[in-house]
Design a binder for this molecule. Sequence first.
Ligand code: SF4
Length: 883
Amino acid sequence: MSTQTTATTCPYCGVGCGVLVDRDAAGTVSVRGNPEHPANFGRLCSKGSALAETLGLEGRLLTPEVNGQACDWDQALDTVASGFRRIIDEYGPDAVAIYGSGQLLTEDYYVANKLMKGFIGSPNIDTNSRLCMASAVVGHKRAFGADAVPVCYEDLELADLVVLTGSNLAWCHPVLFQRLRAAREQNPNLKVVVIDPRRTDSCDIADLHLPLRPGSDIALFNGLLTHLSRYGKVDYRFLEQHGNGFSDALEAAEQSGSLPETAFLCGLPEQDVLQFFRWFAATEKTVTVFSQGINQSSVGTDKVNAIVNCHLLTGRIGRPGMGPFSITGQPNAMGGREVGGLANQLAAHMDFTPEDIDRVRRFWDAPNIADKPGLKAVDMFEAIGRGEIKAVWIMATNPAVSLPDADKVRAALAGCELVVVSDCMRETDTARLATVRLPALTWGEKDGTVTNSERRISRQRRFLPAPGAARADWWIICEVAKRLGFAEAFDYVAPCEIFREHARLSGFENGGRRAFDIGALAEISAAEYEALTPFQWPRPAGSRTGQTRLYGEGGFHTPSGRAQLVPVSHQAPQNAPNPDYPLILNTGRVRDHWHTLTRTGKAPRLCAHMPEPLAQIHPSDAYRLGLLEGDLVSIESLWGKAVVRLRLDEQQQEGCVFVPMHWNDSFSAQACIDAVVNPARDPLSGEPEFKHTPVKVQSCRYQWHGFCLSRETVSPIGDYWTQLPVVNGQRLEFACSEGVDWHSWAQAQAPAEVEWLEFKDPGRGLFRLAAVQDNRLAFCLFIGPEPNLPEREWLTTLLSADSLSVNERLALLSGAPPAGTGSQGRTVCSCFGVGENTICAAVRAGCHSAKEITRQLKAGGNCGSCLPEIERLIAENKRERAA
Ligand code: SF4
């Protein structure tokens, strides 16, 4: 058998890059960008490039389990169905719920929603997409009458001004950032403005960075609206023909005051605010990209409308190079929205209006259909905690880690009568609380469709066989539906049949009233579905292609057909910093990781860039609080506490601390930052305020700090620990409050029959030990009373060495490479494993641009995700030389 190539889609972020997967006769898989996919044209970021390294079956859930005991599918499905039936009969349909995920394929989502809302008759199905873009959904519906993104990726390249607000595109949507970077090189007129309290890597290409005060976004965009009106930028023709609410929106915006008052409120220099306003006013082709920094707020919906108002006022929407652009976090957040995965929507973008309820009821032949909106994510888990929801089915997500006030979520699940978890991984923080675990397929094994941020529907295709007893989510849901007595409505044999029905429903009694319409695919055959190429919705019956942009010539989906400018006013976040909790916690993603690490945590090269959970804080704050680089610190709020490593970072705004969202109990002790996040949420969208929790940061005192590198898996130890894979082994970082017999612990962890090397300095509290087997490093342990232990990078490379040289053996317990050799330092380029020290040495030797670094070291030459960091290192080296 020769190499087989499968065209599929990346399972990580909302860019939705096309991926070509090559699988050779030996089963070896390699991954490359699909040059023909319109989202990425062949590009991939670090995460996408490393997909082939994440396909191993370690940690997979491969058999159904009931109460921790393996069983067959019949027993597991009967347990779920009988449990749901008993609770529904006893307490009514609202006592059960489904919590889904933007990782589900559209077909999975469709049947989950159909089962819960249509046939069980409960509206309680919500999704983790609530946590990333629900505010954009409500903002779109208020302004456009539909949850429709009016623009496309190409608009970033056609624009003359791109505003990134609440979006670290460089790390969270890297391929779009690459496209923007390339466009900027081609078009010297293209300006980029970044609005973000942090100076992120996205600022690498910014002409202007506005580090606004957290939570002041509405004031800034209201100030912009006022400026646009004052300086004659109102598009009266557009507003007369297509817009409502101009006067009210402007009146509300004017409350933000004069330019100096706006600048003061936002904590920004007046001239920078004016510069931004002038560029926006002068540039017709403007795209405003917004993401979680806008959405994840207790006033997220108003923030979205403050942005959209500026585009409507100027008529800059839906034409090439202009419009407001919500970029979603997850690969199929948009698909979930299309099928009604949110508790306050029905299906196919329909609402809980009498007409829509009746329409879907007739289409599904579902007399028991839910007739009111259900509970949104945070409310749903609160209802579980109160015992009102007694059975919950969680699919492809990890709410015990990812919801705010996460410890409360764990307690709620621990007390819930029936917790069903469908997942590909066995040991997630949520799966540990499950009554029933159902093994689901994952990327590479499952088949269906996803929709990216520009409304583009693409196929995700299978290229691997189903492992063990794992099954597709849609199959699992349909089997439970059949056992609940709904066999006729869930008698699908393939995802294509579900997609066909989904397409038919989207066009059913539509007539252009609903934006989401893919009726052209209502009769798609299995072969056509298999060969389906990416397209953008809407694509109503009779059309051969999708629609690139929306609303350029009006045609909004409000009852009047006109867009609505929404009056919004600046409001401070719900929970303000105070003397007890003086700093503002901001959470988010890092460059090489994804969600709760279940996939990226398998790839050593993705773990190298940030191997530990970090709190990033401005040096001035650290100085004030008596904290040092590398300290372990507690981040504590009214809701919970986490312990992470401190990194001083001048890119942070004073008064703020940034902690990544990824770490959880499977990878670290006490690093689940969402346990700290406040559960405040937007009253309209229900989206939580992940970017603004008052916290205090304090140093944690431990008796011992240590790290261990091992070829074999080691057991975590200590009050604090974090563990991730390295090439050919594992890295464990830890700290303990009490004494440990390190010798015995090491001997229990290391393989048998090794040669031990040992160094002790009791006076300084140092203990170092290495195990060598066949002249190869098998294990090493470094212990000291302070966190300032040797660099791990050189020692990590020794795990891959075929044999140790004499000098390496001699240097081993010093933790530093032998004289004359160096350590590459902290990994910067994860694609080629190039470290900070190597890059800095090249800069000192005369490389003065990222291009030269790439030419010499390859770093930055694959996915380009590390280019901003390389540029920063070059700049820092220049500054040091000049000093
Ligand atoms: Fe995947 Fe990266 Fe593309 Fe996002 S930008 S879809 S993570 S390759």
